[in-house]
Design a protein around this ligand. Structure first.
Ligand code: 5AD
Ligand code: SF4
Length: 375
């Protein structure tokens, strides 16, 4: 019996697919890279931008043929798209060959649902609103020498463009002891060189549960564990990055000197509209502190172009900031309207052509900066 998984989106999803693989391995399935021969195909979807959703819809549609050839094949769709009730209902109606639909909150039920499908032969649409932290799920790691470790789920920030808080719910931190135990297990296998801690906003670790300590405390406790490993983390929010975190990073050789610090825009007007809760000046000051403590730190960022209300002046301010900071990497995205977010209804939506021009301009700028740095 074989399975195949198609993963869209971020590292969180890549890691969730490792958990899906763990569940399937425990049930006796093995991996195949061929969709045709797989007995189970899982689509782990992403909802962050329209493009990702469109691609998933197209590729799920293409499974119709495979199901025709083998009606016993089980097709599962899960992830951030199907955590939204209206989307999962749409997939259920549009694609009658999809057997099981579940969201991110009920992944732990996957084994039960597959068995139910095999026994009763009925299609299943399973939706769960609340985010529970379920410990002890199996995990079949597929990311080479890197082991992903979730430290928290959800997001409280409600950046006005972002769907994540609606899909993933409020922030819930894992218990520190559970995280430390998972890392001890990973280190004891001697198979991994780096451990990457994952959360939508790792800097607010513990804010929902003051018995767990801060993110800086967590990093220090992980560094105190025995063993030879390197530690890194993503994603950091500029409004929550503390001086304690910078000093823990500086003082511990186990922590890789790199940080992904999404700025999103170089215009204070746009940052306010985005509800990012920091200014360009605050952000630049953070970069200065990081570089003063760790002169060779690698800094990467995310930028959204074409957010509603962004004019040429705002976009130029973003370019000026990029030139000043000279990032080691930029992920630039065209703003994508997400249903249910505040920005969806904002005036001043930017046309696709302008977004395209701006994203290309930024990517060229990034290339020039990299060339200059390489010299
Ligand atoms: N449109 C474009 N980019 C987005 N991001 C989040 N939501 C949207 C959206 N609606 C980007 C942000 C975030 C990254 C993970 O995805 O830059 O940091
Ligand atoms: Fe989305 Fe903002 Fe939360 Fe990041 S911090 S997941 S961009 S709402």
């Amino acid at each position: 019996m074989q399975y195949h998984i198609v993963t869209y989106g971020c590292q969180m999803n890549v890691h969730e697919s490792e958990k899906i693989a763990g569940i399937l391995h425990n049930m006796g399935y093995t991996y195949t890279d061929q969709r045709e021969s797989a007995d189970i195909i899982v689509f782990n979807t992403c909802a962050i931008r329209e493009g990702a959703e469109d691609r998933a819809f197209g590729n799920i549609g293409a499974l119709k043929q495979l199901k025709k050839q083998n009606p016993n094949k089980i097709i599962v769709v899960c992830g951030c798209m199907t955590q939204q009730k209206q989307v999962s209902e749409k997939i259920f109606k549009t694609f009658p060959f999809v057997d099981i639909i579940l969201g991110t909150n009920n992944l732990h039920l996957l084994e039960k649902l597959i068995k139910q499908k095999i026994t009763y032969k009925k299609r299943i649409l399973e939706h769960l609103e609340s985010t529970n932290v379920v410990e002890g799920l199996p995990c079949f790691r597929t990311s080479g020498k890197n082991a992903w470790v979730n430290i928290m789920y959800g997001c409280n920030n409600f950046c006005t463009y972002c769907i994540v808080p609606y899909v993933r719910g409020r922030e819930v931190s894992r218990k520190k002891q559970d995280i430390l135990n998972e890392i001890k297990d990973i280190v004891s296998t001697n198979q991994y060189e780096t451990i990457t801690l994952l959360g939508q906003n790792v800097n607010s670790y513990g804010n929902d549960d003051n018995t767990q300590g801060t993110f800086a405390n967590l990093l220090q406790d992980i560094c105190n564990l025995e063993g030879n490993f390197k530690l890194t983390f993503m994603t950091s929010h500029p409004k929550d990055l503390s001086d304690d975190l910078i000093s823990v990073m500086k003082e511990n050789d186990k922590i890789i000197k790199e940080i992904h610090l999404p700025v999103q825009s170089g215009s204070n007007k746009i940052l306010k509209l985005m509800n990012r809760k920091y200014t360009v000046e605050h952000y630049e000051n953070l970069i200065k502190k990081l570089r003063t403590s760790m002169p060779n730190i690698r800094i990467t960022t995310d930028i959204i172009v074409g957010f509603p209300g962004e004019d040429e002046i705002d976009f130029n301010q973003t370019c000026e900031l990029v030139k000043k900071i000279k990032y080691d990497g930029i992920f630039a995205f065209m703003y994508s309207k997400r249903s249910g977010t505040v920005a969806e209804k904002m005036d001043g939506q930017v046309d696709e052509e302008t977004k395209n021009k701006r994203v290309n301009f930024l990517l060229n700028l990034e290339r020039e900066i990299k060339e200059q740095k390489g010299k």
